[in-house]
Write a protein that binds this ligand. Structure first.
Ligand SMILES: [Zn+2]
Length: 277
């Protein structure tokens, strides 16, 4: 795995977007059962995002993580955007993969080891292998998608070690990136992740953080109602929308800390009428 050029990341403040599911028209209906509608992006909207991002950004993770591309940095006059997709939903293969290919973009797909090939909602090992062979990254979103910040050390270790090794065995490429389920995080998570062999952690916070050799990338969470206009506001740190999003994130983090993440999720899913998993 090539090395990240840290100074340039700081200079251009690389934007990392966090998507979940993208779905097409009628055939999406069956697939989205018990998936939070708030994180399902309609395919035409995703295409709008790609048109905008392709025009205004460099749209390849290679630029951040590949030493072989470092010479390009000298001539960059645009920031870099990195596409990430969490949870390994089937639409990532059916819709996202062909569209990224069409636009010449490569994405990072964070998959839950226990759910690969599990049912029609999730991608198969065959899907992942094909995407990996096309230059997309398949990386870890843990073994079972539990909030790591609430687990004791041996269980955190198991979640991180098992998923990394399974993906490396089956896909045949190194796994150095970890996405945190629900953004849940504690000081020992970072230490264990480093010991297990991860070097890049992707959070749900809005800003990047640096802990020695581990980089924690902040991400902008893209929701079903986010138009290109919304994304532009989210990219502007002085906009009201960005400040409000940051405030709401802090508020949610506070509430989760007080009532516990699982209680927060139960209430959220009850209100949104989503089946618990
Ligand atoms: Zn997730």
């Amino acid at each position: 795995m090539p090395i990240l050029n840290l100074s340039l990341i700081k200079e251009f403040d690389t934007v990392v977007l966090m998507y979940h599911e993208v779905l097409g028209g009628k055939d999406g209906k069956e697939t989205i059962r018990s998936v939070d509608q708030n994180i399902v992006i309609p395919e035409p909207l995703f295409k709008d995002h790609l048109d905008f991002l392709k025009e205004n950004f460099f749209t390849s993770w290679h630029l951040c993580f590949s030493g072989s591309y470092s010479h390009l940095w000298k001539n960059l006059n645009k920031p870099v955007v990195v596409f990430t997709f969490d949870d390994g939903f089937a639409g990532n293969y059916q819709y996202v993969f062909p569209m990224l290919e069409q636009y010449g973009c490569k994405g990072i797909f964070f998959v839950i080891a226990d759910r690969i090939s599990r049912d029609h909602r999730y991608m198969t090992w065959g899907n992942l292998k094909e995407m990996s062979n096309s230059g997309h990254l398949i990386q870890s979103h843990t073994k079972s998608h539990v909030p790591l910040g609430e687990l004791p050390a041996p269980k955190i270790y198991n979640e991180l070690f098992y998923s990394k090794n399974l993906l490396e065995d089956k896909i045949g490429k190194e796994v150095l990136m970890l996405s945190l389920p629900f953004g849940s995080y504690s000081a020992i998570v970072k230490d264990i992740a480093y010991d297990v062999g991860y070097r890049y952690i992707f959070s749900s916070n809005l800003q990047h953080a640096y802990f020695g050799e581990v980089i924690v990338f902040g991400r902008i969470s893209i929701k079903s109602h986010h138009t290109v206009d919304t994304i532009m506001k989210l990219l502007d740190r002085n906009s009201f929308y960005f400040k409000r999003t940051k405030y709401m994130h802090s508020l949610k983090t506070y509430i989760k800390g007080v009532i516990g993440l699982n209680n927060y999720r139960k209430i959220y899913r009850f209100i949104k009428k989503i089946d618990l998993e």
